[in-house]
Design a protein around this ligand. Structure first.
Ligand SMILES: Nc1ncnc2c1ncn2[C@@H]1O[C@H](COP(=O)(O)OP(=O)(O)O)[C@@H](O)[C@H]1O
Ligand SMILES: [Mg+2]
Length: 210
């Protein structure tokens, strides 16, 4: 499952939440933040898979995050070998930025191979990858190797929850929804700019220029 959406559209939040939910459904989960600054901060894993992969992960110390992202298939095959018919979920956040856009197709095919030819039995295997790279969406649409899902914003209820926590004077929820498009990052920018659309636009233009 490849989840495509612009920056600030809650992809990371979705994967973090998926980790909790999958765990509740009996999954061992490994989450890799491919844009993390250090290898240590890049990986979160449930205890079972953390235990199974400790040695392998340790051997990657000193590697760049890219090495870890590239090694995902090896990690998963090893986990499948060690755990008994597990429910396993692999969540790869912004993986394509780490491996480079030229390798998106090969990488996703490799992930599909993992599901189709795992080398050991599993009960369920879920692989979710997020991307904000428009080009990855185009190259993957040529193939049937993945299921692309789009995440543009939070729904109205999600945005309402966020909106209600913002202190101070604010425009009505309808305006906040219309102007932010439900994108939490845009809502944050508007809040920081005192709800001035002109200031928010000027700030964005300046930021892009830099
Ligand atoms: N459901 C939510 N409720 C509250 N804040 C959220 C929610 N989803 C995302 N956010 C916030 O919005 C911002 C962007 O979300 P993030 O998941 O980092 O987006 P992305 O990974 O797509 O760039 C973050 O500050 C995040 O904490
Ligand atoms: Mg993110």
């Amino acid at each position: 499952m490849v989840i495509y959406g612009p920056e600030g559209s809650s992809k990371t939040a979705l994967l973090r939440q998926a980790m909790v939910l999958l765990r509740e459904h009996g999954y061992e989960v490994i989450y890799i933040d491919a844009l993390a600054e250090s290898l240590g901060g890049a990986v979160s894993a449930t205890p079972g898979i953390g235990e199974a992969l400790r040695g392998l992960l340790r051997s990657l110390v000193g590697e760049k995050i890219q090495g870890l992202v590239e090694a995902v298939s090896v990690l998963v095959r090893e986990a499948l070998r060690r755990l008994e018919r597990p429910r396993l979920a692999v969540l790869l956040d912004d993986a394509f930025q780490a491996i480079g856009l030229g390798r998106v197709e090969a990488y996703v095919k490799q992930l599909l191979n993992l599901i189709e030819y795992p080398g050991a039995e599993y009960d369920r295997l879920v692989v979710m990858v997020t991307s904000s790279e428009g080009r990855s969406r185009i190259v993957l649409s040529r193939h049937a190797w993945s299921m692309s899902l789009y995440l543009w914003n939070m729904d109205m209820n999600g945005l309402r929850e966020l909106y209600e926590q913002l202190p101070g004077d604010k425009p009505g929820l309808g305006t906040a929804w219309r102007v932010s498009g439900g994108n939490p990052r845009v809502l944050r920018i508007l809040y920081a700019m005192g709800w001035s659309i002109e200031d928010a636009v000027a700030w964005l233009v300046e930021e892009k220029r830099a």
